[in-house]
Design a protein around this ligand. Structure first.
Ligand code: DSN
Length: 421
């Protein structure tokens, strides 16, 4: 466990905030679908002297001297990423998911080119061409969506029609709030029909793919896969771009550096290497499988008690609940009342939401973090009961306070990695 003695002495203000955050994480239930707890080894790698080094370029081809150990650690991260996802090339330098996607677009497209991506209201991501992003000033984004919101099946026929009409150069899979799996073969066939690149942003499900619980888009001929490294993959905050071969990989490398970024954040690359090493272990397969078992169990338990889930269930780590249909209150109110009892999740728009993004109808919740803490199916029932009780007793502060104490007691049975009890 970490002592933080220097921080405590030299900057008590920051230490105090850190202490508060550690207590919050230990005492609360983390259901934000994109969050997780890293191992102490990953955490240690992040706080190292690799921070002190400038390393523009790539292993063996840098613009500064003194790279013998940065080259080692970046090469290790690259080799492990390629092994983990069975691909020909890995760039581990993107600082986060959005920069990874921007570098990917600029590597594969010319300004004005068209991208066919998921309807943002059906679970797509800002960096997949939301009108508030600068990306839409440069590229043209057209949409596909679900054929049936009750099953979550994507509308592959409409996708093909749109592709034939709009001639995208890139067909994009990958979602932030979609609880089902993609048919990569169908999507690749659509990309091939119009000569487009097939790209998957696997940020949310990277750990499920690494653990073999979900299919790997490279097995279906996808050209490029982007990701963050800190969600289900359980690594440090950061991004990564994988390519099926070196030819595309070269374009990606030029786009990341010098096209878009300067110096890589080498301590995070060291931590990525550690996390990928962990994900290559047999235990990670079991972790990934348990995430989905927990998610399906929680979904069924909530649905059996009247919750309306978008697509009526889940195949992955997350679920999206229509709070208006479930409890006749908006998602923001559910987020707030659950925060009061130490359960953290986020309000979220649902498909065809009639409400505004800052006051949407739904909530999104997921099981990656609680699974890392060791919670299993029976614990999902305890959590669901806490949630339902909080929603039911939301107007009663005394009842909420008592529930919060129960949540804390429950959490003590499941230590957070790196935080002493
Ligand atoms: N913020 C991430 C999420 O919660 O899904 C996506 O960028």
């Amino acid at each position: 466990m970490f002592t933080y003695d220097s921080l405590r002495q030299n900057d008590p203000s920051v230490f105090q905030s850190l202490q508060g955050e550690m207590q919050r994480q230990a005492d609360g239930v983390e259901l934000i679908a994109s969050e997780n707890y890293v191992s102490p080894a990953v955490m240690e790698a992040m706080g190292t002297v690799f921070n002190n080094k400038y390393s523009e370029g790539y292993p063996g081809k840098r613009y500064y001297g003194g790279q013998e150990f940065t080259d080692q650690v970046e090469s290790l991260a690259i080799d492990r990423a390629k092994q983990l996802f069975r691909c020909g090339h890995a760039n581990v330098q993107p600082h986060a998911g959005c920069p990874a996607n921007v570098a990917m677009y600029f590597a594969l497209l010319e300004p004005g080119d068209c991208v066919l991506g998921m309807d943002l209201g059906h679970g797509g991501h800002l960096s997949h061409g939301h009108p508030v992003t600068y990306l839409t000033k440069i590229f043209r984004f057209v949409r596909y969506g679900m054929k049936d919101i009750e099953t979550g099946e994507l509308d592959y026929d409409a996708m093909l029609e749109t592709a034939k009409k709009e001639k995208p150069k890139l067909v994009l899979a990958g979602y932030s709030a979609y609880p089902r799996e993609v048919d990569y073969a169908k999507m690749k066939a659509i990309a091939d029909a119009v000569g487009a690149y097939a790209v998957m942003d696997m940020a949310h499900v990277a750990g499920l793919i690494a653990g073999g619980v979900h299919k790997n888009p490279f097995d279906y001929g996808f050209d490029v896969v982007t990701t963050t490294t800190h969600k289900t993959l359980r690594g440090p905050r950061g991004g990564m771009i994988l390519s099926k071969n070196e030819e595309i990989g070269k374009k990606i490398d030029k786009s990341v550096f010098p096209g878009f970024q300067g110096g890589p954040i080498m301590q995070m690359i060291a931590a990525k290497a550690v996390a990928f090493g962990e994900a290559l272990q047999p235990e990670f397969k079991e972790y990934a499988a348990q995430i989905v078992r927990n998610s399906k169990h929680l979904a069924k338990y909530l649905m059996d008690r009247g919750a309306k889930l978008i697509t009526n269930g889940t195949d992955n780590h997350l679920m999206l609940v229509d709070c208006i249909k479930s409890w006749n209150i908006p998602g923001g109110e559910v987020e707030k009342v659950l925060d009061e009892v130490g359960i953290t999740l986020n309000k979220n728009s649902i498909p065809n939401d009639q409400r505004k993004p800052m006051d949407p109808s739904g909530i999104r919740l997921g099981t990656p973090a609680i699974t890392t803490r060791g919670m299993r199916e029976n614990d999902m029932e305890v959590l669901a009961d806490f949630m339902l009780a909080a929603i039911e007793r939301r107007a009663d502060p005394t009842a909420l306070h008592a529930l919060h104490e129960e949540v804390k007691t429950f959490c003590r049975r499941f230590p957070v990695p790196g935080i002493s009890a």
